[in-house]
Design a protein. Structure first.
Lengths: 111, 529
């Protein structure tokens, strides 16, 4: 089902923006340039952003304003990036975070 | 070390208002905000605000945000974005992280307007992706134009839970239930009624047992709770949902004030600084305004900010004591008006049984979210007469009066007391313009013609959904409880700039249904195309 709100009774038509490509765990996805990475992922149906270190539990967006840090992912190789406040750019690599790194990464510090 | 006359921490309604007020008096304030955009949470508020003209009533939150930004710019307020303040010291020194750099600055005065953060409740499965804060839902749908979910359960019946539920439906999501462990609806009755008439069931004295799903939310189970908030056996109810939204209160983000050594107090509403009416804390030169000093609303936060701005201007010698006092008096009057009525701070948690007019308060509204048919006739806004006339289902004393100014014909009166229930003025002639319907922030005014033609009448209701119904379209009319009362036909759907996106939908119903039909539904679902 369409997750983007193209027409809104109060806000009107969704603003015209430029589509850019990015990769999510190696898969190419599209999103709007400048929107939060988390918004682009949500529109593409991605719910799980990371797995916790100790119990390997899934986590996703919770506060969406950069406060709770539940939505952190590995973005352009850098872990712990708050995807809900990080603007999407062309060619970004976004990876699910496991503990404090991407899968098979070397950082094993628990968060 | 760079020195400012005033450092404002937080560029939301309180902070921006304070900085603008101070700048008007000649100060050169800087506002640090950790976000990429200023305005705090105002830009997510797409509903019309309450109050009177001076409180910017009937203007939508995001438009108030734009006005505030324009004003701040006009007076030369410096707003520094992506700037997270990480330290505040008693000497009014501030450390702020901008990008990868930490800067150390000093203010002659510092105003903390950091707002609040959302509370949460825990239950098995609460960490699953799909469990989100109500603020997150607003951010996603109203700022980023992405649905917060398809099928959603809302936990919390305060104003945030009610307003966000309505906004979720406006965005095309389905709200399957509104749940609260409390016995009674916490927010404004008019907000509850708006949601209830869409058909959203209210489950008071219920809370979440668990969220289901392995990788993300796939369902939720709720159950009734007793007086001690313990689950009652045999009361479990299951809903298939993909999202659970939590609107269970806010807590002041007062950590910086604590760090600065301000005297703090623990209140039921969180840890807040001890401060006087102007926001002055126990540390000279450090002030607090808005939610950080006690949870209220954006409208009061803006006035609190302005008061602090004027007081700081006097503290630093930019205005005289007389000048300050005059400004304070004016602003405090506006603030006091907002703090009146059923939802005034002193009435928090109390069960009021009568309105200020001595009318019984609708218990059905408090327990189910809508006023029952046998209760509605007791309110002064609900009258009967020949021809088209306003029916105002405004049943609680809240500080709000745009309806009385909206009617050019003087049909509606609230009087001097801003919390009084609106009254239909006898003898005044309604021309059916609908300005009152569009002006009511609570969407509680309807135009009713009890018999426009033999056997039939019309109801004009506020309609903020897409697609807009077309004249001649057939559908069903819903009652206050969101269930079908009769079949109906769309007479017209009017939009005008003055209505500000509140469309006026007129439906034709059997004459005996004009006091029952309060919403319109075309198909089986509310989702937009």
């Amino acid at each position: 089902m369409e997750k983007r709100i193209m027409r809104h009774p109060i806000l009107g038509d969704s603003p015209e923006r430029k589509f850019v490509k990015f990769t999510y765990d190696g898969k190419t996805l599209e999103g709007y340039e400048g929107e939060p990475v988390a918004a682009a992922l949500r529109a593409a149906g991605v719910m799980t952003h990371r797995y916790t270190a100790k119990k390997h539990e899934p986590r996703g967006v919770f506060c969406a304003i950069g406060r709770c840090t539940d939505c952190v992912m590995v973005v352009n190789g850098k872990p712990n990036v708050r995807t809900c406040i990080t603007p999407l750019e062309e060619g970004m690599t976004v990876q699910t975070q496991y503990g404090a790194s991407y899968e098979g990464g070397t950082t094993d510090e628990a968060i | 070390m760079k020195r400012y006359d005033l450092i404002v921490i937080g560029g939301g309604p309180a902070g921006l208002s304070a900085a603008t007020e101070a700048a008007k008096h000649g100060l050169h304030p800087v506002v640090f905000d950790e976000n990429a955009r200023p305005g705090g949470q105002l830009f997510k508020q797409i509903h019309k605000f309450f109050g009177s003209k001076e409180h910017k009533a009937k203007i939508r939150g995001f438009q108030i945000g734009e006005e505030l930004l324009e004003e701040a710019e006009k007076y030369g307020v410096e707003v520094c974005l992506n700037a997270a303040v990480i330290g505040l010291y008693p000497e009014k020194e501030v450390t702020v992280r901008i990008g990868e750099e930490v800067k150390h600055v000093k203010g002659d005065a510092v105003l903390v307007a950091t707002g609040a953060s959302e509370n949460m409740v825990t239950f098995p499965g609460w960490t699953l992706p799909g469990v989100i804060g109500a603020g997150a839902a607003q951010t996603m749908m109203n700022l980023h134009h992405v649905k917060a979910g398809e099928k959603i359960l809302m936990l919390g019946s305060g104003n945030v839970g009610l307003v966000v539920s309505f906004q979720l439906m406006q965005a095309g999501c389905e709200v399957v239930a509104l749940v609260d462990a409390a016995k009674r609806v916490g927010g404004y009755g008019v907000h509850a009624a708006k949601v209830a008439r869409l058909g959203v069931p209210f489950y008071l004295s219920h809370t979440i047992v668990e969220a289901e799903g392995s990788d993300c939310v796939t369902g939720v189970t709720i159950a009734q709770v007793d007086e001690k908030f313990q689950f009652i056996e045999g009361t479990k109810k299951h809903f298939d949902v993909d999202t659970i939204c939590m609107a269970v209160g806010l807590s002041p983000m007062s950590q910086l004030l604590m760090q600065a050594g301000c005297k703090m107090e623990d209140t039921p509403g969180g840890c807040v600084p001890v401060c006087d009416a102007s926001g002055a804390t126990s540390v000279p030169g450090i002030y607090a305004a808005g939610d950080v000093s006690g949870i209220e609303e954006a409208s009061s936060a803006m006035i609190e900010g302005r008061i602090s701005g004027a007081v700081i201007a006097e503290y630093l010698g930019y205005i005289t004591e007389e000048g300050k006092k005059a400004r304070e008096r004016e602003l405090e009057e506006a603030l006091e008006a907002l703090r009146k009525g059923m939802f005034a701070p002193e009435n928090r948690g109390k069960l009021l049984e009568k309105t200020e007019e001595g009318i019984d308060i609708s218990m059905n509204l408090l327990e189910k979210g809508y006023v029952a048919e046998d209760e509605i006739e007791r309110y002064p806004g609900v009258t009967h007469m020949a021809g088209v006339h306003p029916v105002m289902e405004c049943t609680q004393n809240i500080p709000c009066n745009p309806c009385q100014d909206a009617c050019a014909k003087g049909c509606i009166s609230i009087g001097k007391n801003i919390t009084s229930l609106p009254v239909v003025v006898p003898g005044a002639e309604c021309i059916g313009c609908g300005m009152c319907v569009a002006s009511c922030s609570g969407q509680a005014i309807f135009l009713v013609d009890e018999e426009s033609e033999p056997g039939y009448g019309t109801v004009t209701l506020p309609y903020e959904f897409l697609p807009l119904p077309e004249a001649g379209e057939k559908g069903i009319a819903l009652g206050r409880d969101g269930t079908k009362v009769c079949d109906c036909e769309v007479v017209s759907c009017k939009s005008a700039k003055a209505f500000d996106h509140t469309n006026l939908l007129t439906i034709k119903v059997p004459a005996d249904m004009t006091m029952k039909a309060r919403f319109y539904k075309k198909g089986a679902k509310f989702c937009q195309a």
